[in-house]
Design a protein around this ligand. Structure first.
Ligand SMILES: Nc1ncnc2c1ncn2[C@@H]1O[C@H](COP(=O)(O)OP(=O)(O)OP(=O)(O)O)[C@@H](O)[C@H]1O
Length: 505
């Protein structure tokens, strides 16, 4: 199973060619060793055959390692581009999961190709040399794959369970770490630690079960192979004693018989190391890669004359049955300031995020002067945005404001901070600010971007006392003047600054 991995076809052809060479060398080595022991061949030839086998093995291993590295890179990209609901499970899959594919591609797969070639070549040679031994091997050889398949089916189920447990553990652990502060606040951290411990124990149990099966199966395969070789060796020895077979043939049979069983035994052993990789590959195969459509990107039109239109926009967040926004229509004329109002959770912030291009509508589209937003490049240069929960980097307030305009001077920054009613020293670390102050940092950033013709404001007067609200209103008025704007407003204070009120939800 090499699911449309780049270069997989070539890799398989190369493996087949190498397996054919290995089969020839196995036969040659046995013939030459038998010849050496009967005194008809010089020592150098068997040594040359052994060296050639070692060289083939080296070529195959280095080729496998190279292929596995590029395949893992491809799989990682595929997983990262797919839409997985749990980031924790995605992280486990991208790291530990994809690494487990290595033993499958470098060990099990090449061994399977050798198992399909070498035993066949050995059997054909033995049919020519000694029919009785060939018949015994032909009768006992299928026992190894039969036992391997029986045990393998059980292993596959166990490994899939083990993998499922590991990825659930990874996802849950990440969620717990993210919510640690809240969990500690509600004194639920201990309970979560217990759950994580229980999941880890379940995973450890599943791993031990898989290992137990691996050891048992290795024992069964060894036993079958050893008994089968004994079934060939004992009659050959007796026939050699009574003279019905010559020494050269007897030695050839004794040297070739283990070679017939060895590849299948090795494949059985490698199957267990590769089982986790197979489970991961099956998992990755179910992913739908979000392949971007090839689109011709256009620059945004002149927003002094272009409208912004939301046409039948519906947004469904992953894992949610109810849409956050359903079939929303709105046209914002150039220079128009529209207020979005509605109950909490109606989807106002989601709509701003759709206009920003950060959230893709599940249905419907956003048109900028008639051009689909998905085909517009450089849209963010036309925007200035005050989000509900602004992100501040670990730097001073001044540096955080400067993000909006890297060329801004210290005076510009001071002015923007004052205009946004930000009454803190701009040298203070941004991380120390309250949520109301953070929002005013975002407002200061927006004020600094004087050239952006479109403004998106999300609750700029939330979390403020009356005096600061008045100062922020003045700043917002400055910001909105002469620009197209979408303003999310819970409180009526900002409504007089807008031209039209649209109810959401
Ligand atoms: N990232 C997300 N994943 C899943 N659901 C989300 C996500 N963001 C928002 N939602 C859900 O979408 C719905 C709309 O949320 P949104 O924040 O857009 O509403 P809102 O009108 O801005 O609310 P508020 O006035 O309280 O800020 C809510 O039910 C919310 O739980």
């Amino acid at each position: 199973m090499t699911p449309d991995l780049p270069g997989s076809r070539r890799y398989l052809y190369m493996l087949c060619a190498l397996a054919a060479c290995t089969a020839c060398l196995v036969l040659a080595q046995a013939e030459l060793l038998a010849g050496l022991l009967t005194g008809s061949v010089a020592l150098t030839l068997p040594i040359a055959a052994l060296a050639a086998r070692a060289l083939l093995l080296w070529v195959q291993e280095s080729m496998s390692v190279r292929f596995a590295a590029s395949a893992k890179q491809h799989l990682r990209t595929r997983v990262l581009r797919s839409a997985m609901e749990s980031p924790g499970a995605q992280t486990t899959l991208v790291t530990r999961g994809i690494d487990a594919v290595g033993p499958y591609l470098t060990g099990y797969l090449p061994q399977m190709v050798i198992s399909a070639t070498v035993p066949l070549a050995v059997l054909v040679r033995l049919f020519i040399a000694d029919l009785t031994s060939a018949l015994i091997i032909a009768a006992t050889l299928p026992l190894i794959p039969v036992f391997a398949v029986l045990v393998g089916k059980h292993t596959t189920r166990q490994t899939e369970l083990q993998w499922d447990l590991l990825s659930r553990l990874g996802g849950h652990f990440l969620d717990v770490v993210r919510g640690m502060e809240t969990l500690m606040l509600f004194k639920r951290a201990g309970a979560q630690a217990r759950i994580v411990r229980e999941m880890a124990v379940q995973h450890a149990d599943a791993t031990m079960r898989t290992l137990r099966i691996a050891f048992l199966s290795a024992l069964v395969l060894e036993l079958v192979a050893t008994l089968s070789i004994a079934l060939v060796a004992v009659p050959v020895g007796l026939r050699l004693l009574n003279g019905s077979v010559d020494l050269q043939t007897a030695l050839l049979v004794l040297l070739l018989a283990p070679e017939a069983y060895l590849p299948l035994r090795a494949a059985g052993a490698k199957f267990h190391a590769a089982a986790e990789g197979v489970a991961v590959l099956k998992n990755v195969l179910t992913f739908k890669e979000k392949t971007p459509k090839a689109v011709v990107l256009t620059r945004p039109p002149d927003l002094r004359t272009a409208t912004i239109a939301l046409e039948g926009v519906t947004v469904r967040y992953p894992g949610r049955t109810e849409p956050a926004v359903r079939n929303f229509w709105l046209t914002v004329e150039p220079g128009e300031r529209v207020a979005l109002i509605g109950p909490s959770g109606a989807g106002k912030s989601t709509l701003l995020s759709v206009v920003l291009g950060l959230t893709k509508p599940t249905e419907g589209r956003v048109l900028i002067g008639g051009a689909d937003l998905r085909e517009v490049t450089g849209w963010h240069e036309c925007l200035t945005w005050v989000p509900q929960q602004p992100w501040l980097m670990a730097a001073s307030v001044a540096e955080n404001i400067r993000l909006a305009d890297p060329q801004a001077t210290d005076v510009d920054i001071e002015r923007a901070a004052q205009a946004a009613a930000l009454d803190v020293c701009v040298d203070r670390p941004g991380r120390e600010l309250s949520s109301g102050q953070r929002q005013r940092v975002a407002l200061a950033r927006a004020l600094l971007r004087r050239s952006a013709p479109v403004v998106l404001l999300d609750e700029p007067t939330a979390r403020l006392d009356t005096r600061t609200e008045q100062a922020v209103l003045t700043a917002s008025r400055k910001l909105l003047a002469g620009r197209t704007a979408l303003v999310v407003a819970h409180r009526p204070a900002l409504l007089p600054e807008t031209d039209r009120v649209v109810r959401v939800g």
